[in-house]
Ligand binder design. Structure first.
Ligand code: GDP
Length: 298
């Protein structure tokens, strides 16, 4: 119900016009398909994903030999569920000790998402250690310290300006020495020095990878749903730099751009693992393709 409420604006933008088109056209026709296409594209689904959806929809209509537009919404639900069903890293649902690297540009909700993840693992009875890897912003270090205290997690931090690779090394070493269940690495996300940012991120990635010990590594990218197609561009850059395992999509509540979910999964082939639907620690949902399709299409 919370997910559905979060998707209200996106649903209004997508489902409203879709239902109108179904009622107006009644019979399937090229004009009807054209209208669907336009609705999907203007709902942040993106051109490429829209084309794929339409192709699959037409094939289904043909196979089922229907000419009634009424059937289309149900088909779309099935197709969208299939397209979104990219499995998350299996290790997330195992009991293996984890190292979670969290990347993303400033302001997308990285710190908040780390806090939410920590609260999630704490609730499952896991011990957590947070590593303040965004040494560029003193405020980021302070924020993480506050969240560590609030959620009862350990913290490894250095002073502002310190080498992020050194913080990462101390963090992973401390987690392994203490046998902490989950160690989560915050990373820098300043955008104005993109090249430096990516090489710094690669260095942190290298340090963590080389000192994993018994842990499995999961690399999350945090994307802000309100930025629509921009999020796709960010994802490409980060994926190229360190290879992303899954997406945390924030601020889905209150945006009409939820269609971006489809574009991210289809165009990048990356699973969305978590959805942020509010500012509080408990406002995090595991992504489920069928549930999402239902929340989207009613
Ligand atoms: P960071 O710079 O990426 O670490 O971003 P922050 O975690 O500081 O978040 C930036 C702003 O977005 C803050 O005001 C958060 O409260 C807000 N925020 C983060 N996640 C969500 C979400 O899922 N929904 C909403 N509505 N706001 C969010």
């Amino acid at each position: 119900a919370r997910l559905k409420a979060s998707l209200n604006k996106t649903r209004q933008k997508l489902l409203g016009p879709l239902e109108e088109a179904v009622q107006f056209h009644k019979r399937i026709s090229p004009e009807f398909y054209e209208e669907l296409e336009e609705i999907l594209i203007t709902s942040d689904v993106g051109m490429k994903t829209t084309m794929l959806l339409m192709e699959k929809l037409k094939a289904k209509v043909k196979a089922e030999r229907v000419d009634d537009t009424e059937a289309v919404l149900g088909y779309l639900h099935t197709i969208i569920t299939e397209l979104l069903s990219v499995p998350p890293p299996a290790v997330l649902d195992s009991d293996s000790p984890l190292a979670i690297l969290v990347a993303g540009v400033n302001g997308v909700g990285k710190t908040t998402s780390i806090a939410k993840l920590t609260a999630h693992y704490k609730e499952k009875g896991k011990s957590c250690l947070l590593v303040a890897g965004d040494t560029f912003r003193a405020a980021a270090i302070d924020q993480l310290a506050i969240w560590a205290k609030r959620t009862g997690a350990d913290l490894v931090s250095h002073q502002a300006g310190a080498d992020p690779g050194a913080v990462a090394f101390d963090g992973i070493s401390a987690a392994n020495a203490r046998k902490t269940d989950v160690v989560i690495f915050d990373t820098a996300g300043r955008l104005h020095t993109k090249v430096n940012l990516m090489s710094e991120l690669q260095k942190v990635h290298r340090v963590v990878t080389q000192n994993l010990g018994p842990r499995q590594l999961v690399k999350f990218l945090v994307l802000d749903a309100t930025t629509g197609q921009n999020a796709l561009e960010q994802a490409r850059v980060f994926h190229e730099a360190i290879g992303i395992d899954g997406i945390i999509l924030t601020k889905l509540d209150g945006t009409a751009k939820g269609g971006i979910v489809l574009a991210i999964v289809v165009e990048l082939g990356l699973p969305i693992v978590w959805l942020g639907i509010g500012e509080k620690a408990e406002d995090l949902r595991r992504f489920d393709a069928a549930e999402f399709a239902t929340a989207l299409l009613g």
